[in-house]
Design a protein around this ligand. Structure first.
Ligand SMILES: [Mg+2]
Length: 375
């Protein structure tokens, strides 16, 4: 299928409640919606999201790099030549992984629709029919955080991520309070989003191990590889890297330095092609693999579910819950917009990703392209 045209739109979506991490408090976010069209009219969808302040790209940088650099380089190529397209995009720029990931996801949707098969069949086939989800509690006041964690457990969620990274002693008190409230059986892990300092937090992390943490995720800045090596050597709790892994090379660097125990794969960071390569490296190195959320609409969530369904090494729970906290989604139907039963998503069986755009989002894509062509 020759790639012919691309449509890009930016849409801000409010969240149902605020979501705090160590560097920001989000009440909504800008999303990229992408539609890649082949010469016969078959199209593939993808989304992505502003990752600043914890990442490097926002929706405007992605639109700029796709419109002016990536799409012109791959226009006319065969949508099934995914590895050749990856090489081509790599030659355009070594950076902008999220812009590249959006194109990669859209290619799989397009190719799945073209062959009339679900995307998981293009990724190695289905090894599970449901994806078990993990919930998350953002940073707020301790009472609200304990209440949110308890509410998740009441809803049937068995794994919870707690955001930390603003103050070591407060974080320790919160983890103790949450573990005491939810009991010993739910899986609990913490995510610092690079907000922790090794000197201040090392002792606190040692004490936090008393509360049976499954992971400590990206506590230190991504550049502090020696800090991660020290944490891996000192703590029994696995150290999971998220923002530090966008590419297979990122993960190899950490492995060579013995600075990683687990990897949080996010399809909006890596694409489906890059995600598979990262998991293959992680699996070979004996690391744990977890599937995370970057903030996705129903499109990115569908891509993540197809990925988890076809990737046995994603042995830990997945964070594909994000559509449940969006005020509105860009896809039709309620499979992703209502709370999943028992905190598990079923795997979509329609062709492609199985995500269908709402008509007003399609109009938005057409209008933004008209505007671009008239400038
Ligand atoms: Mg994270």
């Amino acid at each position: 299928m020759k790639i012919k045209e691309i449509f890009l739109a930016k849409k801000f979506i409010n969240f149902k409640h605020s979501y705090g991490i160590s560097s920001a408090n989000f009440t909504g976010e800008s999303f990229l919606i992408l539609k890649l069209v082949a010469e016969d009219g078959t199209f593939g969808l993808a989304d992505n999201v502003t990752a600043i302040p914890f990442g490097y790209e926002d929706v405007d940088t992605m639109i700029h790099i796709i419109q002016n650099h990536l799409f012109p380089a791959i226009c006319g190529m065969d949508s099934f030549d995914i590895e050749a397209i990856e090489i081509k995009m790599g030659k355009v720029t070594p950076g902008h992984p999220m812009a590249k990931a959006a194109i990669d996801i859209a290619l799989y949707d397009l190719n799945g629709k073209s062959l009339d098969v679900p995307v998981y069949q293009l990724l190695g086939g289905k090894c599970r029919s449901h994806i078990q989800l993990s919930g998350a509690v953002g940073i707020s006041d301790t009472e609200r955080m304990v209440g949110e964690a308890y509410e998740l457990i009441q809803q049937g969620c068995e794994s919870i991520k707690i955001k930390i990274g603003t103050d070591p002693k407060t974080d320790l008190r919160r983890i103790k309070a949450i573990r005491n409230k939810i009991g010993s059986s739910p899986r609990l892990y913490v995510d610092g989003n690079q907000g922790c300092n090794l000197t201040e937090y090392l002792r606190v992390f040692q004490e936090m191990q008393d509360y049976d943490l499954a992971f400590i995720e990206q506590p230190l800045p991504t550049w502090d590889i020696s800090g991660y090596k020290k944490l891996c050597a000192t703590l029994e709790t696995p150290i999971m890297i998220d923002e530090g892994v966008y590419t297979p090379n990122d993960l190899m660097t950490l492995i060579k330095h013995q600075a990683v125990d687990a990897v949080n794969v996010k399809i909006l960071k890596t694409g489906l092609t890059g995600g598979k390569k990262i998991v293959a490296i992680a699996e070979s190195a004996g690391l744990l693999c977890h599937l995370g959320s970057m903030f996705e609409t129903g499109i990115g969530t569908a891509a993540s579910v197809h990925f988890a369904a076809s990737t046995p090494a994603i042995s830990q729970t997945s964070e594909c819950f994000f559509p449940t906290i969006l005020e509105e989604d860009v896809v039709e139907g309620n499979i992703y917009s209502t709370m999943p039963k028992s905190w598990a998503w079923g795997v979509p069986e329609n062709s492609g990703l199985g995500a269908f755009l709402k008509p007003d989002i399609d109009t938005l894509l057409n209008n933004m392209n008209e505007k671009k062509n008239n400038v």
